[in-house]
Design a protein around this ligand. Structure first.
Ligand code: TMP
Length: 210
């Protein structure tokens, strides 16, 4: 059986990427394409436990190096338990954040750790998505939306606008670094219009079984 498509959604906090991942899942499933919606950190029982370690508690709970190890450990479990079995069964996997988030959040914004992120990725994960949507939004809008959400996952919540700008630049730089798989999508529009664009790009992707 042919492997399914591996699609990821990336962007700064408050970009609307989770909504778009859900809408793509709904639309593909509605059209009869077997698809799995998942997220990082998390997406498998073990990785969800690691998510709680990463996203709850004091901001200085982990050093940047330890954080990279935890994100990569969660990703490895997620790959083994959720992503690879689904792809091998011919399903399309739609993942809300993946390794590009580690490249940007840990590699760019928390010191020059990108080489460590890349080395760990090739050692332990060794796979890139087929298609990555980077939902691009004004950092001030993203920050406003992120701050409006309340919850217990607050460890990374308040980077401030300057950090949001650096992360946005980091995602746009990644889009230039990986032009074959990355598509930058203007996120400052009605969710339905954004979802229409994303569906059109996805349908044009070789290997989608629709
Ligand atoms: P979420 O809000 O999209 O669920 O993501 C949770 C937070 O985790 C978000 O602030 C970004 C952060 N994050 C990283 O710092 N590195 C990573 O590798 C991933 C997947 C998320």
């Amino acid at each position: 059986m042919a492997s399914g498509l591996f699609i990821t959604f990336e962007g700064i906090d408050g970009s609307g990427k989770s909504t778009q991942a859900r809408l793509l899942h709904e639309r593909l499933s509605g059209a009869g394409t077997p698809a799995v919606l998942t997220r990082e950190p998390g997406g498998s029982p073990g990785a969800e436990e690691i998510r709680a370690l990463l996203l709850e508690g004091a901001p200085d709970r982990w050093s940047p190096h330890t954080e990279i190890l935890l994100f990569t450990a969660a990703r490895r479990d997620h790959m083994e338990k959720t992503i690879e079995p689904a792809l091998n069964a011919g399903k399309t996997v739609i993942c809300d954040r993946f390794a590009d988030s580690t490249r940007v959040y840990q590699g760019v914004t928390r010191g020059d750790l990108r080489p460590s992120v890349d080395q760990l990725h090739s050692l332990m994960i060794g796979r890139e998505p087929d298609l990555t949507f980077i939902i691009d939004i004004d950092p001030a809008i993203g920050l406003r939306r992120a701050r409006a959400r309340k919850g217990s996952e607050e460890r990374f919540e308040d980077f401030g606008e300057d950090m949001q700008r650096r992360m946005r630049a980091g995602f746009l730089a990644l889009a230039s670094e990986f032009p074959d798989r990355c598509r930058v999508i203007d996120g400052d529009r009605a969710p339905g219009a954004i979802a229409d664009d994303i569906l059109a790009v996805t349908r044009a992707q070789p290997g989608l079984d629709t």
